[in-house]
Design a protein around this ligand. Sequence first.
Ligand code: UDP
Length: 239
Amino acid sequence: MSSPYRRILLKLSGEVLMGAQPFGIDPDTVAALAAEVTAAKETGLEVCLVIGGGNIFRGMAGAAKGMDRAQADYMGMLATVMNALAMQNALEQLGVHTRVQSALQMDQVCEPVIRRRAERHLEKGRVVIFAAGVGAPYFTTDSGAALRAAEMRCDALLKGTSVDGVYEADPKTHPEAKRFTTVTYDTVLADNLKVMDASAVALCRDNGIPIIVFSIREKGNLAKVLAGTGVSTRVEAHN
Ligand code: UDP
């Protein structure tokens, strides 16, 4: 299936790596996700990846239990590096060349974030996995994803999550809520719709990067969404 995009950033929330487990990394699920990424890459796309850490540790959860917020956030960032390494392993088992670049320097396990080097990796057909978000506490990997999508000049930010798009209200508590096909950045921000955090949405808006929210749990959906046929919500300037 062909795609209108040349280069994308795929953001996966940490939760999708858990599979049916309540916590952590399920290797079979990571392998299945890697297969989805591989199929997308094989269409000729350049792929940047950002993976969250919520399956292991979230700074806010630590802070809620009395931890220092910044310290807890650094732990969350370390969780994203573990997820990045798990995904690197799964992709390389499928024969896909990858590099992990971390916003927190960790020379023994991955490269630091160097934009020009990342550019070269993409040109050579490698998947670049950006870890540790923006490398600063009080941010999330959504902001990391928006930042890397902007600096790597990605044509779209695809947010693969457990729900199949953006709803006018939380579908878990409001089963009648409708899913948007398209929605503007400004509506998302004004109505506080649960897409990504506000700083990430604003960064995408200011740089004209469409956000496509879709369910990564459904097999084959990434390729369909890239081809414009899958179920998703597109966040852009006009609808
Ligand atoms: N985090 C951070 N700065 C960043 C990115 C992540 O402090 O730039 C921390 C933060 O504590 C966050 C955790 O890492 O809760 C895991 O990331 P996130 O919550 O974005 O993961 P996701 O919800 O996507 O699984």
